[in-house]
Design a protein around this ligand. Structure first.
Ligand code: SF4
Length: 264
């Protein structure tokens, strides 16, 4: 049965209509995507995605942007909301005042987004959704990308292996892999050759991994793990959100899934 409220139509009374904000963090993005897939697969709840400008760029370079769009199954017209299409006032956020969603999950939330929420700034689609959701009495759950200070392991999109001498060159440093097959294969012209080595412009990359598959020298890599350090200031900002009204923090997207199960 279809129910409608404030021009928002949805199925079934026990269904949780999830508003899911995504910002421009590569850390925990793929884990978040897997969690979202599992939640949608349950066939019970719906997911409406609210994508920041940086979130859209980062989702594209990790190769999940079109899958995110396909996965979103929330009520129209609030199924896949892009900051790029919302203008400065993000009028869609007003729906949170009208309780179009019982819960807003923001994950991953960058240190930049967290810092803005901490001081009450609401000048982007996702920070505005948080402000409107709290004002409207909607449950807000946030997954900060920078939560606990110290080292973390994170996953990169496409990188070019940095070696003393690239595998594109012979022992004498002569550029042998010419023309570069990856340059030809790349559908978005994101690869250029600089000083005999490939360079990937991540603002153009769609994470398709064709370069990884075609390069005989295996110089391209997708999903490389690196260790970075969470700054004290970012972790402190995250902790400060715990003291704000109406906001709950979690450390991993699977905790959101568990919270959802506990609502049954
Ligand atoms: S071929 Fe490589 S660099 Fe080009 S879009 Fe695909 S993943 Fe990105």
């Amino acid at each position: 049965m279809v129910h409608c409220f404030n021009n928002i139509c949805y199925r079934g009374k026990n269904q949780v209509r999830i508003a899911w904000g995504i910002t421009g963090s590569g850390h925990l993005l793929l884990e978040t995507f897997e969690t979202m897939k599992d939640i949608v697969k349950l066939g019970k709840h719906t997911v409406s995605i609210f994508l920041s400008k940086a979130g859209e760029e980062v989702a594209r370079m990790y190769g999940i942007l079109s899958d995110l769009r396909k996965l979103a199954n929330g009520p129209l017209p609030l199924r896949f909301v892009r900051d790029l299409e919302q203008g400065a006032s993000s009028p869609t956020c007003g729906k949170f005042n009208l309780k179009a969603f019982p819960v807003l999950f923001v994950g991953p939330a960058t240190a930049n987004t967290v810092a803005k929420i901490k001081v009450g700034i609401a000048d982007t689609l996702v920070t505005n959704t948080v402000a409107m959701a709290v004002k409207g009495g909607v449950r807000v759950i946030i997954l900060p990308s920078d939560y606990v200070p110290g080292p973390i392991t994170t996953t990169l999109p496409v990188t070019v292996k940095t070696t003393e001498k690239s595998t594109c060159q012979d022992a004498a440093g002569k550029f042998t892999c010419n023309p570069c097959q990856a340059v030809d294969e790349c559908p978005t012209h994101a690869i250029s050759i600089i000083d005999g080595k490939p360079f990937v412009d991540l603002t153009k990359c769609i994470g398709c991994q064709r370069c990884v598959k075609c390069c005989k020298g295996q110089i391209f890599e997708f999903g490389k793990k690196i260790t970075i350090r969470i700054r004290q200031v970012d972790a402190e900002n995250s902790r400060a959100l715990e003291k704000l009204e109406g906001i709950k923090l979690i450390g991993h997207p699977r905790e959101f899934e568990k919270w959802l199960m506990s609502q049954d």
